[in-house]
Design a protein around this ligand. Sequence first.
Ligand SMILES: C[S@@+](CC[C@H](N)C(=O)[O-])C[C@H]1O[C@@H](n2cnc3c(N)ncnc32)[C@H](O)[C@@H]1O
Length: 346
Amino acid sequence: MQTLPAVTAPASSHRTQARTTTKVAASGLVGDERHASAESAILIHGDCRTELKKLASASVDAVISDPIYPEVNRAYGRISEADWHLLMHDVVRECRRVLKPTGSAVFILQPNFDRMGKMRLWLWDFLLWAGREWNLVQDAYWWAFTTAPTCAVRREYGLMRQSVKTCIWLGSPDCYRSQNKVLWTPSDAHAAHNRSNRALKIGPSGNRMRNDAITKSSDERGGTTPFNLLPAPTGSGTTSGHPAATPYPVASWWCRYILPASGVLLDPFAGGGTMLAAGLNEGASKVIGIEKEAAYLEIAARWIEQKANKGLRCGRCEAQGQDGSCESASFQESTNPRHPQRGSAP
Ligand SMILES: C[S@@+](CC[C@H](N)C(=O)[O-])C[C@H]1O[C@@H](n2cnc3c(N)ncnc32)[C@H](O)[C@@H]1O
């Protein structure tokens, strides 16, 4: 495998608004057709409110982004709820403009508390606004099942562990998506079990079903419909070093689902470049990242150079080699077509 050419990272002048564009050439790819059309990553240093306006209309196939959240102290700053809504309204409108008519946008958001027992409502305010302004294609969630207990779950508060993040998916009702790329495949053993179970079952609610009917319909579709709750561990071992990096399995799942082959992916809050690397690995012809902190763009440039176009398909493949033989359980297994499915699918 040829290595990627050296990346010229942007000048590390933190908090400057100057526009620095870095192209990460991605020639010399592995001999995998999915990667053959990947050409470049464009990293833009600046505020996405300004930089999005410079992108051509109808030039992008998918926006997948994990934006800054309001009222959270982060190394990259804290933003009030009011300012966050102003920012995101601009971002949503601009993303809609730059997307092709078949394109869609996913914003991954995590709710937070005002104080224990009193949630902030910004996420749902945004969801309602964006859904009415544009269109909510479907409600979808990422379940970070490895989330550690926080202080909210102390007995004195008695609350539940917060482990579900909302993936706000906006686009036209018939926007591009490929269920084939994210179908769950039942294990042979599970399918055989279901086939052998043809008895009519009547549940406590009176619902009547036959397992073989479920199996038959999933066989006809070539797999089992995925849930709108994506199980993915946090800290999957492949983070770039960005302090709030998106887990790679979440990024790659959305890329597989809504980014067409050789499409153009945009992340207006690119951080350390997880979405961009996943986009290239999933066959994007171009990925565009905007990030206001130059230091994170340097991380992104390095991360893309290391990870993109190398057949990385899941959080743990890196450790297991790139032959698709990852033995890891859970998310990767259930969503990655290159991994045998040992678990049971519904
Ligand atoms: C949650 S992080 C994104 C993490 C990224 N998905 C990754 O995996 O590395 C949000 C990022 O948005 C950036 N950001 C915040 N406000 C911005 C703005 N107005 N324009 C561009 N980037 C911004 C922050 O610096 C931060 O790196």
